[in-house]
Design a protein around this ligand. Sequence first.
Ligand code: GLC
Length: 445
Amino acid sequence: MYKLPVSLVAVLLSLSCLAGAAETKAERDARLKWFREAHFGMFIHWGLYSVPAGEWQDRKDHGEWLLLQSKMPLSEYAKFAGQFNPVKFDAREWVRLAKNAGMSYLVITAKHHDGFGMYPSDLTDWCIKSTPFKRDPLKELAAECRKEGIRFCVYYSIWDWHHPDYPARLQGNDIATGRPDKARYLEFMMGQLKELTTKYDPDLFWFDGQENGLVWNPGVAAKGIAELHSLKPGLIIKDNWGVNNGSDYEVYENRIPDAALKKGGDWETCMTMNQHWCYNKNDQNWKSTEYLIRGLVDCTSKGGNLLLNVGPTSEGLIPGPSIERLEAIAKWTKANGESIYGATASPLGELPWGRATQKKGKLYLHVFQWPGDGKLFVPLANKPGKVALLAAPDQALPAASSNNGLTITLPTEAPDKIDSVVVINLDGPVPQPTTLEPLAPSFPN
Ligand code: GLC
């Protein structure tokens, strides 16, 4: 039998480990199962930038990029650490809000671009240890999430304006001395990632700020991710290098693309509730509950997730308008969650009056625009079983099949002005249309 030289075998083995080739499709499906079923999560942007709450000198529109945009010296920014004391922070309340809204995972900024750790790191003092707040918010949140069955996930910025070894450390970094050393930074970063993994056991790392691959290029990322997987094999990774380079899924910021449906694959839209990620006390430009609920439905109908953001204050409170929206969403998901959790992409593309989602044996029609004549046309060739509103499952709705579809007669009033859900029970699978091109303009337009 022909034998490969030992050295070649070693090279092949290490390459296959690096590429993650060892994982079978079934293993990958099992690892991503919770994420695919979730469809709805909470994003949290919280850090030192929450202290000025968007205001600095003559500007009121700052966010978590304050340090870079204001060009203030790092020593000035560091003063916010002395003022960060979120005594009203209550992990129970945050997790309750998320769970009640129907979210099943939570992603919090463990470190944003300012490099400040929102947990007590053993590798630097540039973290929560340097604030008057002597608690560990990540520990409290992780514990609460675990208790409530919410997946605890961590955002981590690779870009680091503070660290003296980051190759593109901030020009105004008047604290750092010496020449940046990429290898040392990578070692620090991997150290923090391992620390986060072992301390808080997150289910997902949400990487951001990859700065043209100065440190975290696809090759380095593949190696780093493999190391993290060796600590926790089930970890899901969101990486800006894309699904062909180690990321488990794609992310879109504040938009839900038509293309996602056509392309397939795993993806997520992260979305702000107003115009900022972190707390900005002057930003009252809030998105409507209608926009957010339909956004969740739109994502689900295209096989993706919605990661909806909140920006808590430096006292530790989620702003009132965010709570109002979460509570309104909660009302909708409590009545209609069946059509979201565990549902898969619409087999019918986008529809002129709304969206569709499906589960085995059930097609859910999300009616955004209630038809004036009470007739809802569905381009569905199957002979349907029972058709009813999700809100009134015992009352069958008349449905007439014709050659090219099904016409359902609806009650005059929509039970829910934002999205009323009609369930069609089906015996067999819904035939896939020959094209998944959008049938109507994308939402949000
Ligand atoms: C944008 C912002 C960044 C934020 C991210 C969330 O890239 O610049 O600060 O964390 O969106 O997706």
